[in-house]
Design a protein around this ligand. Sequence first.
Ligand code: ADP
Length: 595
Amino acid sequence: MFRSLHMKLMLIMTLLIVSLMTVVGAFLVNSVSGYYLNQFYSQMQVVFQNDADFFHDLETAGPEEENGARQIDEMLRTRTGDLGVDGLSRNYYVLDGTTGAYLAGTNDTEGLTLELTHNLSAALIGEVGDDSDPALSYMDAAIPIHRGGRDYVIYIKDNKQAVQSLTSQLVTLILEALAFGIVISVLLSFLLSKTLITPIERLTEGAEEVASGDFSRKLEVDSRDEIGVLTSTFNDMARQLQNTLQEVENERNKLGTLFLHMTDGVVAFGRDGAIIQSNPAAEEMLGRALPIGGAVDYEALFGDIAPLAQALEPGGLGFIAGSRELEGRSLELLLAPFDRDHQAGVLVVIHDVTERNKTEEMRKEFVANVSHELRTPLTNIHSYAETLVDSAGALPPEMERNFLNVILSESERMAHIVQDLLTLSRFDSGKSELNLTTFSFAETIETMVNANRLEAQRHGHTLAVNLEPALPCITADRERITQVMMNIVSNSIKYTPDGGTIQVSAGRMKDKKVWLEVSDDGIGIPEKDRERIFERFYRVDKARSRESGGTGLGLSIAKEIVDQHKGEIFIVDKPQPGLTVRVELPMEGPGHGKA
Ligand code: ADP
């Protein structure tokens, strides 16, 4: 009930008023009775002590006086005003100084039943009884009088009735004031709590909104006191918090996007081995769905590389490396704990190294091929030259010329290989730029076919051309496209036994493309090799290729050129015998073709 500040404030104010009034009341009542007591005794002093004549008269008996008490009574009656005797609450009595018997006074009834008080006892033995005791319910004073050879006692007693009635009036007044004070305190505390607590309540509401994530409301600062300072500090804090949260959110989004689109696969496991995060790349590489908190856990996926306990505490480098071959893919795995101090979980990063391995493999194969291709003609040149040197002109001139011809053709072959390698290397380094012009596709084909006609005739081949009417002009690098056609046609001439038929056809496709097909009825290429003949140095029959002057680079150069033109080159799937190679090119140049 007293937990709210309103109530606490009200309680404090009420307690304050009550305690204040109680203290004030107690002081008041006390000082009123103290005042009365003092006044009583000072009145006694004025009459009996200070007024020496009066006292003398009291003690001086007239001649042949019989009843001194009556005289004393009469004298006292003249001084009732000074003594404050009213005959009601304060009376005086003239008593016998020896027996204490009542002789005269202002209250005959009480006079006879007078109590023997301390002061009265003192007077009866001849001493003035003026001891005051505030605790008593009365005030009294007793003065011994010696008159006419007899002893009397003047006894004045006040039953404090007047004090009591004044005190009770005072108490009533104080109680009324207290009631009034309580009402005022309630009102005041209400007003005070309104001014004090309303801003605190607003602050509390604001804090609750911020706690629930709503930063939209700015609290109004309408005072410059401590609460005003607190409110503006709160506003600053909320703004700062909002900015920080926004930054954290941005960071999180950035990381989320990165995580989603990164090419490396990442799977995060909790310390119990359950999946807590994974990205699409990881699902793709592992070839399975990786639902968060699903049945698939760490042990099922990577338990074979290292048990979870070891992955959480890898020691040494701080991670465990592993690899895996999966559905023709080579994967490199890296298992590292995150938040190592608390062993929060394990992060597995999956790196697909299939391409890298393949490239490495190809690079090695390429170097081996280049070395081999160059060594063969070099060995030939070397042995023929050596023979020529050793014979020192002893060989018949016919044979000598033969040897020199071999040396010449082998060095030409080497130059040919080096030239092809250079061309490819220019493609690889991106230094080979196309010299685009617009030219007649049909005319280029005719020119190329004519250039090959002599060679075809030498092998007894029939070289037929079949072009669709009205072939369009194309935008391309004419020289390079001619090189592509030459490579394909010369292959057909080379790999078709003498007397074969080679057909060159071309036409136009719907989507602004032209096509060219060269088909022959030669030895063809087995199904298994078709995919690879565009690779560098790949040859179906090495001996035969070399025999016919081939380098194994012609088709790979052709493919590079066609790719550069954003076109396509492929083997047409046709039944044996022979082979059909098809090229498709965008008419409007590489900028407009298929990306
Ligand atoms: P090469 O210089 O050896 O001819 P290419 O790259 O031009 O090299 O051709 C690669 C391989 O493809 C050749 O070695 C050959 O085995 C095969 N090939 C190319 N064209 C034909 C064809 N028309 N008929 C049969 N085999 C072919």
